[in-house]
Design a protein around this ligand. Structure first.
Ligand code: SAM
Length: 243
């Protein structure tokens, strides 16, 4: 499968949820590796990423390593978790086994794979070398755009992608500045987001997409129906100015 004899760590984007949106390359790499590493928050009972690949990849003869990435803001706890993940991956690579770290959407876009990459680079880069290959994936942004049939940008239009946790003032400024704004983690502070959109006169130009390609998928332009609701973590809002 690989040109070099050195074991490889693959960062594999598995797409936003629909297994049909996994690339041929992702499937080939996942079929070929010995070890599948899955990011999991402490709170999750199972890994969603693992559930997504299960229908396509036979896991019977593979080692599945769960790497815990806490959804906490405590820096010390986070660094300890990333270091532990690094140790787990290095142990397999040094045992001459290829590892594929699976990630929802794309591995280099708001993904836990980035933390693993950074932790690996911290490990004395002068005397250690690991083969790392990244397999890009269809991002949730593309899935939300496709599902809601909302073009992201054309011609000279400018687009911003920000986490909804960014702060309302900044959100307002960003909405004023860009033609398209995509809000990740749109489950957070939905009421505040709606207020900003009302004030900007853009509430009717926004679409909410949740769990794209997953059970419970939802697309709505009726943002008022979301007020005061507990929404799923896998939620995106796309705001288009010139709709
Ligand atoms: C940590 S980011 C992961 C982004 C991912 N690497 C990508 O390329 O799409 C998590 C956020 O991505 C968005 N997301 C991921 N999968 C999604 C899906 N299937 N449907 C809607 N939003 C999704 C949500 O906004 C969620 O809060």
């Amino acid at each position: 499968m690989k040109a070099s004899t050195q074991p490889v760590l693959y960062g594999v984007g598995i797409g936003p949820g629909d297994p049909e949106l996994m690339t041929l390359k992702a499937v080939r790499v996942l079929k070929g590796v010995d070890v599948i590493a899955v990011p999991k928050s402490k709170e999750e009972a199972t890994s969603l990423a693992l559930d997504i690949i299960r229908g396509v990849i036979d896991l019977k003869d593979k080692e599945v390593v769960e790497l815990i990435f806490p959804m906490k803001r405590n820096q010390k706890e986070l660094v300890e978790a990333w270091e532990e993940s690094r140790r787990q991956v290095i142990e397999r690579l040094e045992g001459s086994r290829d590892v594929a770290f699976i990630t929802i959407g794309d591995p280099l876009f708001h993904s836990t794979f980035i933390y693993l990459l950074e932790a690996l680079c911290r490990e004395s880069p002068e005397d250690r070398f690991y083969n790392i290959e990244v397999i890009p994936g269809v991002s949730s942004i593309n899935a939300a755009s496709a599902l809601s049939c909302t073009p992201l940008a054309k011609s000279g239009e400018r687009m911003a992608i920000i986490p909804a946790t960014y702060g309302y003032e900044k959100l307002k400024e960003t909405i004023e500045e860009f033609d398209t704004v995509v809000l990740l983690k749109a489950n957070k502070a939905i009421d505040g987001i709606i207020t900003v959109l009302e004030e900007s006169g853009l509430k009717e130009n926004a679409v909410f997409v949740s769990r794209a390609g997953l059970a419970g998928e939802r697309v709505t332009r009726d943002l008022d129906s979301l007020k005061g609701k507990e929404l799923d973590y896998f939620s995106i809002i796309i705001i288009k100015k010139g709709r």
